[in-house]
Write a protein that binds this ligand. Structure first.
Ligand code: HEC
Length: 144
């Protein structure tokens, strides 16, 4: 009878330790990837970009970005669009190494599938338009 409060404490302690240990990989992941730790599946890494980063491809991507993406992501791609503060999630900075270290395939997969409030664009934009966007988004990295 006298022991039960102690063992309850021990169990609580062990449980807390267990929770911390299991949460650590998720936290580490968060730091090394996107603001929320949104990671594309491994299979997406190898999806090949079929378009060259030519002037005309980038120009078209820029136009689509202004119409469909800048309202949240900002014209500069830094995550500072007019609606950004109302989304309840930190937006990525497309010029940051955390973002740019991803492959074209991962970026394409994320814009195709979405992750609320980030919309799913595979039914809104054609594959070609999404690749034009990937090529355009890459230009943010170099215009610092
Ligand atoms: C309604 C606001 C909104 C619009 C419109 C929007 N996005 Fe997003 N986007 C987000 C949010 C919020 C995230 C972060 C989601 C997360 O991390 O879970 C995001 C994340 C992303 C990511 C992943 C970033 C990373 O860190 O890996 C890409 C790529 C992306 N958006 C591209 C686009 C493109 C391209 C368009 C236009 C075709 C677009 N987004 C339109 C809100 C938006």
């Amino acid at each position: 009878m006298k022991r039960s409060p102690l063992s309850a404490l021990t169990i609580t302690g062990l449980l807390a330790l267990f929770l911390v240990v299991t949460a650590l990989p998720a936290l580490a992941n968060n730091e090394s990837s996107t603001p929320q730790g949104w990671v594309a599946p491994v299979s997406a890494q190898k999806i090949q970009n079929p378009l060259p980063a030519s002037n005309s491809v980038i120009k078209t991507g820029k136009k689509i970005f202004a119409q469909q993406c800048a309202v949240c992501h900002g014209a500069s791609g830094r995550g500072d669009g007019p609606t950004a503060q109302y989304l309840g999630k930190k937006l990525p900075d497309f010029s940051s190494p955390e973002f740019t270290h991803q492959t074209d395939g991962e970026i394409f997969w994320k814009m195709s599938n979405g992750n609320a409030p980030m919309p799913t664009f595979k039914e809104i934009l054609t594959e070609e338009q999404r690749w034009q966007l990937v090529n355009f988004i890459r230009t943010f990295a170099s215009d610092k």
